[in-house]
Write a protein that binds this ligand. Structure first.
Ligand code: ADP
Ligand code: ZN
Length: 520
């Protein structure tokens, strides 16, 4: 049986749709058995960088980690995903320890977490020698530094363990200063430089931009027209859309073709090859396109539909500008996208915790879309990297958005939702706010509600923009069981109660020409 690829495992075991910045390269090196040192900010996703390779490799991966609670969390998470993982710590019960040896005897153990104190006994080292260990992963590797705050004397035994087992070692830390790195190399790798991964996540040559989706086809055509003759990718949410949009681009005189997972392998290969060799081709594709694409001079990436998560967004825009020269991106998003992505999560088969995490990752992307300040700062901070200055290379740095205090508007919208029993979608709610006596309004008696007609300071488009921002802030979610009726989330309560205020972006709200200006 062929070993599953890292990409397959990423989705089947971990439930993620894309690698985070830096992860793919590290996973590849660790899985290939190289000695590695990876420095990644806290929260960047280090654990995946040894957990996933552990599953690609035969034998057992020993994980040395100083934090017992964290080890237990990881073991629990892995076991829930069907991976044989165990921990050997001082807190183990006899049963737990027996289970470890049982799994070892059966040759089933994949990951064995160990507290560093365990290395002090010769018994543990002997056990590991017999266990068929094929990789050592060291979390919080800076604990080996005698000058650091987190020094753990037992970490000094790891170097000898590596030598006696004769297996590769992968070390991880968030502490990047040069002295600590030198110490890690000296003590864990016996001075022999490992493959080192230390890069920020920023791709400063990529211009970031989002736009509210109004007429997606013409928005994409306009974007492409301004970049005529340059290689680009347009990502679409559905296969059907890729074909239609590619045709529209050709009609405008661009060289364009479509690409999706439903095409014959040979057809797909031809598109890949054309893209690689031809200058100025536009590929209109689903997310199926890109994995194997290694074209350095992709000058732009546009999203006709909102990606699945912030990780997917980063990965997809990251295909542009690999050569370091300027590249541009534009991501369209609208309420339909939000609804679609939410229902994909809700209707999926993932367990509840995973769904909650997926909603959170989508929220992160929506937060980025509705960002009030520099997008790059927002994006990097999600991945744990801080950046003190605005980037000067995103649409919001180019033109800072005008904002207004949207608290009153949001409270009106929320109360329309509550007073109608959280049973309706944006269209009907806007009719109520505007005081439109539609048939549906009359039928339901909604013209007698106190919220009826309280929102005439905005027009229909403006209200739609406000609702979109409300969804972007995750104050309301469409209910998949009620055809996308909007329901309030916990986050909305403080605003409804008058305990919190909310700032909205004016640009999209104030677009309609004839409409009265938005009051600040
Ligand atoms: P670190 O050890 O670097 O501080 P973790 O390994 O604990 O970070 O990961 C931080 C969070 O990121 C976890 O909640 C994890 O589930 C999530 N995560 C890691 N990799 C990915 C990915 N590729 N896509 C989405 N979420 C991820
Ligand atoms: Zn910026």
């Amino acid at each position: 049986m062929a070993a599953p690829s890292p990409n397959d495992l990423l989705s089947t075991v971990f439930g993620f749709d894309a690698f985070r910045p830096g992860q793919a390269e590290i996973v590849e090196a660790v899985a290939a058995g190289e000695n590695t040192l990876a420095i990644m900010p806290t929260g960047g996703g280090k654990s995946l960088c040894f957990q996933l390779p552990a599953l690609c490799r035969s034998g057992v991966t020993v994980v040395i980690s100083p934090l017992i609670a964290l080890m237990r969390d990881q073991v629990r998470g892995l076991r829930a995903a069907g991976v044989e993982a165990h921990a050997l710590t001082s807190g183990n019960t006899q049963e737990e320890t027996d289970a470890v040896f049982d799994a070892l005897d059966r040759g089933a153990l994949k990951l064995l977490y160990m507290a560093p104190e365990r290395l002090a006994s010769g018994a543990a080292a002997n056990m590991l020698r017999r266990a068929g260990v094929s990789l050592i992963a060291v979390d919080e590797a800076h604990c080996v530094s005698q000058w650091g705050h987190d020094f753990r004397p037992d970490y000094l035994r790891i170097g000898a363990l590596r030598q006696s087992l004769g297996v590769p070692l992968a070390a991880f830390t968030a502490t990047a200063d040069a002295e600590t790195r030198e110490e890690i190399v000296a003590r864990l790798f016996d001075g022999e430089a490992p493959r080192t991964f230390l890069h920020g996540f920023d791709r400063p040559n990529i211009h970031l931009a989002f736009a509210a989706k109004s007429s997606p086809r013409s928005q994409i055509l306009t974007f492409a027209a301004a970049r005529r003759g340059l290689s680009g990718i347009v990502y679409c949410g559905t296969r059907a859309k890729t074909e239609g949009l590619a045709r529209a681009l050709r009609e405008e005189g661009h060289a364009a073709c479509h690409y999706h997972g439903g095409m014959e392998a040979e057809e797909r290969r031809q598109v890949e090859e054309r893209f690689q060799t031809e200058d100025g081709l536009i590929v209109v594709a689903t997310v199926a396109f890109g994995m194997g694409v290694d074209k350095p001079d992709i000058r732009w990436v546009a999203h006709a539909d909102l990606p699945k998560s912030i990780e997917a967004y980063y990965q997809e825009i990251g295909r542009a500008g690999r050569d370091g020269a300027a590249a541009e991106t534009m991501t369209l998003f609208g309420p339909e996208d939000i609804r679609l992505r939410r229902s994909q999560i809700d209707e999926g088969l993932a367990p509840p915790e995973r769904k909650a995490a997926d909603h959170a990752r989508l929220n992160a992307l929506l937060g980025l879309a509705e960002s009030l300040g520099c997008r790059r700062q927002a994006l990097l901070s999600y991945f744990g990297e801080t950046r003190t200055e605005p980037c000067e290379c995103c649409d919001l740095c180019d033109r800072p958005p005008e904002v207004f205090d949207g608290t009153t508007a949001v409270r009106k919208a929320l109360s329309a939702i509550l007073r109608t029993g959280e049973f309706f979608g944006t269209g009907h709610l806007v009719d109520i706010l505007l005081g439109n006596v539609t048939e549906k309004v009359r039928e339901r008696g909604h013209d007698t509600l106190p919220t009826f007609g309280v929102g005439t300071e905005y027009d229909k488009r403006q209200w739609q923009a406000i609702f979109r921002q409300i969804m972007g802030h995750d104050l309301v979610r469409p209910d998949p069981e009620r055809h996308g009726a909007l329901r309030m989330t916990e986050a909305a309560r403080p605003i409804l109660r008058g305990e919190a205020s909310i700032t909205l972006r004016k640009d999209s709200v104030a677009k309609a020409k004839s409409a009265p200006s938005v009051r600040a």
